[in-house]
Design a protein. Structure first.
Length: 367
């Protein structure tokens, strides 16, 4: 008897998330210098974490022989003050990704239907299938969530709707009015997970706290991986009703968020000026990329996040050519195979990707 025969049957067909290659591996494979490689593949903050957050994190290194605060008390108190909610309404995760998995453990069972957009974050489907649920993928006209179509997909078996806004990988966002109206229309048996990983790039992200207070089954997820520049530390959080958080806590593993991540996140929250500076720089970079892409004669999806989806004709082939030139981007799955997702970098990094794209477009047929 082999191990596959002993495994849970559904794990055998479980799709696997495939990350991109690290800078060092790309340098080795193509004979490049690692420091010259531009990585615009994972929607990271190219300006890094707040210097204040880094200082706090360095101080925490002196305590790495100790377990972290398993309840994340100080960080949750900071979040409680920021959002004016009770500490019991927050949960910390090893990235907000972990909280998506916790939702699966707590709420998804056999025959439960989980709704998400056709071109939304891949992990919604992965977690649904892992827990034995039924993935319900809804069409996204113009690569944006159509909330009427999402609502139309609801059945008595629907358990959770995942709505990311702005959406990864398209960069599109629903308006506050659209989202508020959608929440109000949801039936009693449906949980809404509003994934706000990129909310800090919006001028005025939607505020669902009044729905949570009123008893709506809503959870909002945020992360320190994007504008806060702490992707390598893996830390995110969610806020919801005390009842929902208490259920999620039952599935959370002890000490799931490390000591340095908690310290850095506290420092990041204390430096709002850095967030504002990064938001401004990102917008400048987005405009730089939009202008450059237009000059190349390529089409793109207008973005409200820190990346842009560009129609290059053949995404995989263009990705491979750029990678050989020391520019790492992100190719898309077959439904979006003509697109390439490019994170917004520094002015120099954006110039490099535009220069290499120009060379590819002008010298060959990339379709």
């Amino acid at each position: 008897m082999n191990l596959s025969q002993l495994a849970n049957s559904r794990i055998l067909d479980q799709p696997v998330y495939t990350p991109g290659k690290p800078i060092e591996k790309v340098a080795e494979e193509f004979g490049l210098v690692a420091k010259d490689i531009v990585k615009l593949a994972s929607n990271e903050n190219p300006w890094g974490a707040s210097p204040h957050a880094m200082d706090i994190a360095k101080q925490a290194l002196q305590k790495v022989h100790l377990y972290p605060d398993g309840s994340g008390t100080e960080l949750i108190d900071k979040l409680s003050s920021k959002f004016l909610l009770n500490p019991e309404q927050f949960i910390l995760g090893n990235g907000s990704n972990e909280i998506i998995e916790l939702l699966g453990h707590v709420f998804i069972g056999a025959d439960d239907e989980i709704i998400f957009g056709q071109h939304a974050f891949a992990v919604y489907k992965l977690v649904t299938l892992l827990m034995g649920g039924k993935a319900v993928s809804v069409e996204m006209p113009r690569l944006k969530h159509d909330l009427k179509l999402l609502h139309k997909a609801i059945t008595p078996n629907t358990k959770i709707i995942f709505l990311p806004s702005p959406n990864n990988p398209t960069g599109t966002a629903n308006t506050t009015e659209e989202i508020l109206s959608f929440v109000e229309s949801l039936p009693e048996h449906v949980i809404l997970c509003l994934d706000e990983a990129y909310a800090e790039y919006l001028d005025n992200p939607p505020d669902l706290r009044r729905f949570i207070t009123a008893g709506k089954k809503v959870i909002c997820l945020r992360t320190f991986s994007k504008i806060y520049g702490l992707a390598g530390l893996r830390i995110g959080y969610g806020y919801a009703s005390e009842e929902m958080i208490s259920l999620l806590q039952k599935a959370r593993q002890p000490f799931n968020v490390n000591l340095i991540a908690q310290a850095a996140a506290i420092g990041a929250l204390e430096d709002e000026s850095w967030v504002k500076q990064c938001r401004r720089r990102n917008l400048e970079g987005l405009r730089q990329m939009e202008s450059g892409i237009k000059k190349l004669g390529l089409q793109y999806i207008p973005s409200q996040a820190n990346f842009i989806l560009v129609d290059v004709g053949n995404g995989q082939k263009t990705f491979e050519k750029l990678q050989k030139k020391g520019v790492i981007t992100r190719p898309m799955p077959k439904e979006l195979s003509n697109y390439l997702r490019i994170s917004i970098g520094t002015e120099r990094e954006n110039d490099k990707v535009l220069t290499e794209l120009n060379y590819i477009v002008s010298s060959s047929n990339i379709s």
